[in-house]
Design a protein around this ligand. Structure first.
Ligand SMILES: [Zn+2]
Length: 433
């Protein structure tokens, strides 16, 4: 066993108390051995956390990493037009090398902002897995299955691709990659394929992840056609279990909130994307009050437009208050929990809490900055005042991925250049194609 001590700083405990302590890590096992005072004595390596706060690695539980290629490409459009006129025509031209370049760019941004695990629904998933394997982070990946606009044969082939990905890549990259069946949404996948996807997921022993109740335009047709709420339809398709997790849940009624609580299905709240696409405000405090597991996600960079989960936590708190008219709603403690333990729970990771036996996924936030003084309440600072650029070190699975803001596992300059080149060529193909 070789050990790493993250030493000299303060530590955010699972109960959100902040204590002066070190974190001792087993680098081979990738787990935390101990959290306590003076653990840096006889260790193989140390990471200096002096003046910093050690927090669990952040978990970005919903997104489309390679959409970094479309950052700033088409803004200020409603969801339906944004997808049909801007996003889908470009995505039709995607090649594996594009997905690799965009995912590398996303991972660089994630590591630089303290995120150690993310969920990714996209295409050419092998390229995503390669990126995760090399960068050293964790991901739950899946092929986004869409049947709208496809004939039966093409729809079946898309589902087969989703199943193949879920089976082939689960536990890849030394176990850091997990998979899910990812039917895109309740309205973009036919009922037959949705039911088949659920059956395939149960057989493969992986969760199902999907978009649900993001806009009113997604809810109304299901209510009109089926005479029930979208999540009642989802439950009828076998989609409401404690392993499954959905993105958005903006337009939920009380019946659906209770249904989620009863099933233990996780909801990934994506406040920035919901605000930018004017989709609405998810009833997050109601979900929390009902006991629904809630995580945070940035969604794709094209609808955010960054992947900074601390920024997302701030957005979650702000919109949670604004939408309810209650300043005590979705408080600092809640959003920090969503960004850490909440996300880990929803993705089924034994992470998100700095305690012995958990995955050694952590970040060190530099507190020595004007906007983080005075230190009245460091959970408040994480929620309201800190941003990803305050992260000094990032560790995943016991390995240092970023030290003093330098990513050790990637050449960030080359990643930015490659992504820029691929994005330019991609948009050109879409516009001439
Ligand atoms: Zn999404």
């Amino acid at each position: 066993m070789t050990t790493l001590a993250v030493a000299g700083g303060r530590v955010l405990r699972p109960d959100h108390a902040v204590v002066e302590a070190d974190v001792l890590v087993d680098r081979e096992a990738g787990t935390i051995l101990e959290v306590g005072p003076d653990l840096a004595g006889d260790v193989d390596a140390t990471l200096d956390a002096t003046g910093g706060l050690v927090i669990p690695g952040l978990v970005n539980a919903h997104g489309h990493a390679a959409m970094t290629l479309l950052r700033g490409f088409a803004d200020d459009l409603p969801l339906d037009r944004w997808l049909r006129e801007a996003v889908w025509p470009v995505e039709a031209e995607l090649e594996p090398a594009d997905v690799r370049a965009g995912t590398d760019l996303a991972i660089a941004e994630l590591i630089r902002s303290g995120t150690t695990a993310f969920a990714d629904m996209y295409f050419h998933v092998g390229a995503v897995v390669d990126a995760v394997a090399e960068a050293g982070c964790r991901a739950t990946v899946g092929h986004g299955v869409i049947t709208v606009g496809k004939d039966d044969e093409a729809a079946a082939a898309d589902l087969e691709a989703g199943i193949a990905v879920a089976r082939e890549y689960d536990r890849a990259a030394d176990g850091r990659v997990r998979t899910a069946l990812m039917p895109h949404s309740l309205t973009t996948v036919s009922e037959d394929v949705l039911r088949d996807a659920v059956a395939a997921a149960r057989e493969a022993g992986v969760p199902v992840h999907y978009h649900a109740n993001e806009t009113r335009d997604e809810v109304d047709p299901i209510v009109a056609e089926r005479g029930c709420r979208p999540l009642e339809y989802a439950r009828d398709c076998g989609l409401a279990t404690a392993d499954d997790f959905l993105a958005h849940g903006v337009h939920l009624d009380d019946v659906e909130v209770d249904l989620l609580a009863e099933a233990g299905t996780g909801v990934v709240h994506c406040p920035a994307s919901n605000m930018k696409l004017a989709s609405g405000a998810a009833p997050v405090q109601a979900l929390l009050d009902a006991g629904v597991p809630v995580a945070l996600g940035t969604d794709g960079a094209a609808s955010n437009n960054d992947l900074d989960l601390l920024g997302e936590a701030r957005d979650a708190a702000m919109v949670g208050k604004l939408s309810t008219g209650d300043a005590s709603a979705v408080d600092a403690d809640a959003v920090v929990r969503m960004a850490t333990a909440g996300g880990a729970d929803v993705l089924g990771l034994d992470a998100g809490r700095l305690e012995a036996g958990r995955a050694a996924d952590l970040a060190v936030v530099d507190l020595d900055a004007p906007h983080l003084a005075p230190p009245h309440d460091l959970v408040s600072h994480l929620a309201y005042a800190a941003s990803g650029s305050d992260v000094r070190h990032t560790v995943c699975d016991g390995r240092v991925l970023m030290r003093d803001r330098e990513i050790l596992t990637m050449d960030v300059g080359a990643v930015q250049r490659r992504a820029t080149e691929r994005a330019r060529a991609l948009v050109e193909r879409a516009e001439t194609g």
